[in-house]
Ligand binder design. Structure first.
Ligand code: GDP
Ligand code: MG
Length: 442
């Protein structure tokens, strides 16, 4: 899949100190092949790879992120951009009912979507009405009625036996019905053909002109691969649309349609359907789709790891301590350090998180061996000294310094730092904040 291909590409960059132009070229070539194999449209592939190349070459070499991480970050950001950046929400009419018209090929998933969308709207507090304007197929009206029933959403359908149906008239009647019955959103289901043809397009245009939709949603089967682009262009030029709904994402392992349609048509993907059930439907989130395509398991597991380091038990003990009147002791200090160490190499961890490049200076100044030194000093203290640090006078300091092989002034520094941590804890206690990680060497 596209995810696997991209992940494999990023792997080859791991461990590289910096990227040469040849590295970048090889990577971009691989990404290009992976995208093409995933049926991403050529213009999209071109723009995408050009942007990656430019940014990867221009990236500062001396950042906290290593080259592989930098490339992942760049690719992720470009993916989100190609997918449309931010989620585009439905626009509602100032004077209800808001009219949403569905257009797309037969089998794209319009009728199924009408039910899903209706239910979604109802959950949002709207009162939707589905209008059956597909009079092309004998069973289409019935299908929408069943879908509406399942979704618990009202359906307006033409009277049976009224001769050959006129979808434009039904659309008009449906809106009239919504107005008189106080439905505030109307979803107009329309007919489609297996292929794009002039008659179908004309029918959609006639319905459009009759009802003047607030939103025309183009419903696109993500599984049709390369054909997606041509179909989307035909509908854009024929009927026009405001947004796209991608369906059957559950069956599309490649992601080509998702990545192409926005760029090719200039219209955002607004919703995504990923199964036949009513709940297999969601607002489309470019960021989520990008991370699904990128499959950034590494990064996610790293964050998870960091969260786990503060295990529940420890957190509870800390919370109890926090709630009590007891003072923050050197033992607590040690425990906090241990918790931080539990996360693995802190520097590495911070370095892998996106957006940490600016923290480079702090990271470089940060020395994990400082933890060892603090631990050694605290371990040279007696239990009483750890609990009541204020008893640590000059002679005790000399003894502790000798015990851990450090200078007295190093011990003084550490105690000073601890004193600040203690103060901070006291302040947080009285302020009711959460325990942080005070006194971290930096
Ligand atoms: P229409 O002709 O555009 O109205 O398409 P339909 O709503 O009748 O859907 C055509 C077929 O695709 C039906 O069998 C649906 O159950 C199925 N379908 C619709 N949406 C999805 C989806 O997101 N995933 C899957 N797997 N099937 C879908
Ligand atoms: Mg249908």
């Amino acid at each position: 899949s596209l995810s696997d291909r991209l992940t494999a590409t990023f792997k080859t960059l791991r461990g590289k100190g910096r990227l040469s132009e040849a590295d970048v070229d090889a990577t971009v070539r691989e990404i290009r092949r992976a995208l093409l194999d995933a049926d991403v449209a050529l213009p999209v592939v071109r723009q995408f790879t050009a942007a990656i190349k430019e940014r990867a070459l221009g990236a500062e070499v001396n950042q906290a992120l290593n080259p592989a991480q930098q490339v992942v970050k760049i690719v992720n950001e470009e993916l989100i951009g190609i997918l449309g950046g931010e989620t585009r929400r439905l626009r509602y009419a100032k004077n209800p009912p808001t009219v949403i018209m569905l257009a797309g090929l037969q089998g794209a998933g319009k009728t199924t979507l009408a039910g899903k969308l209706g239910r979604h709207l109802e959950k949002q507090g709207h009162r939707p009405l589905l209008v059956a304007c597909d009079l092309q197929r004998p069973n289409a009206v019935n299908q929408l009625q069943i879908t509406g029933e399942r979704a618990g959403v009202a359906v307006y359908a033409p009277e049976p036996g009224n001769g050959v149906g006129d979808p434009v008239a039904v659309a008009r009647q449906g809106i009239e019905h919504a107005r008189s019955q106080h439905f505030d959103v109307v979803v107009v289901d329309t007919a489609g053909r297996l292929g794009v043809d002039a008659e179908m397009m004309q029918q959609a245009v006639d319905i459009r002109d009759a009802v003047q939709p607030d939103e025309i949603l183009f419903v696109l089967d993500a599984m049709i691969g390369q054909d997606a682009v041509a179909t989307a262009e035909a509908f854009r030029d024929g009927v026009g649309f405001d947004g796209v709904v991608l369906t059957k994402l559950d069956g599309d392992a490649r992601g080509g349609a998702a990545l192409s349609v926005r760029h090719v048509t200039g219209r955002p993907v607004m919703f995504a359907s990923s199964g036949e059930k009513l709940d297999d439907f969601d607002v489309f989130h470019p960021e989520r789709m990008a991370s699904r395509i990128l499959d950034m398991g590494d990064l996610l597991s790293l964050i998870e790891q960091a969260e786990k380091a503060f295990d529940a038990e420890q957190a509870q003990a800390m919370a109890a301590k926090f709630a009590s009147d007891e003072d923050f002791t050197l033992d607590d200090f040690l425990q906090q350090i241990a918790a931080v160490r539990n996360m693995g190499s802190l520097k590495k961890m911070l370095g892998m998180l996106p957006g940490m490049a600016q923290m480079r200076d702090q990271l470089d100044a940060f020395d994990e061996r400082e933890f060892d030194r603090i631990e050694a000093m605290v371990r040279s203290m007696t239990p009483l000294e750890r609990r009541q640090p204020r008893i640590i006078n000059g002679s005790r300091r000399a003894r502790i310094a000798a015990g851990c092989g450090r200078s007295v002034s190093a011990v003084n520094d550490m105690l000073e730092r601890f004193g600040q941590a203690q103060k901070m804890m006291r302040a947080m206690k009285s302020g009711g904040g959460m325990p942080g990680m005070p006194g971290m060497p930096g």
